[in-house]
Design a binder for this molecule. Structure first.
Ligand SMILES: [Zn+2]
Length: 71
């Protein structure tokens, strides 16, 4: 059950990061080696809100290592 949807702030081939509206921190999840636009459903690491989260990787998500080319 996904209860929260967020847009990822950054993604590289190792991690996805997003800003959490519940605890105001940044949470990090594995990116499975891909920086493509998609939605990842994960159990949140949040200590405030024990929710599942839909992490949206979009054109607004930064690819800091410029490795966002399609694979
Ligand atoms: Zn949180």
């Amino acid at each position: 059950m996904t209860e929260l949807h967020v847009v990822a702030s950054t993604i590289d081939r190792i991690h996805i990061e997003y800003h959490c509206p519940a605890c105001k921190n940044t949470h990090r999840h594995g990116s499975m080696g891909s920086t493509r636009n998609r939605v990842e459903s994960r159990g949140s690491h949040c200590t405030v809100a024990k929710h599942d989260v839909g992490i949206h990787i979009t054109d607004a998500t930064a690819r800091p290592r410029s490795d966002g080319k399609p694979s």
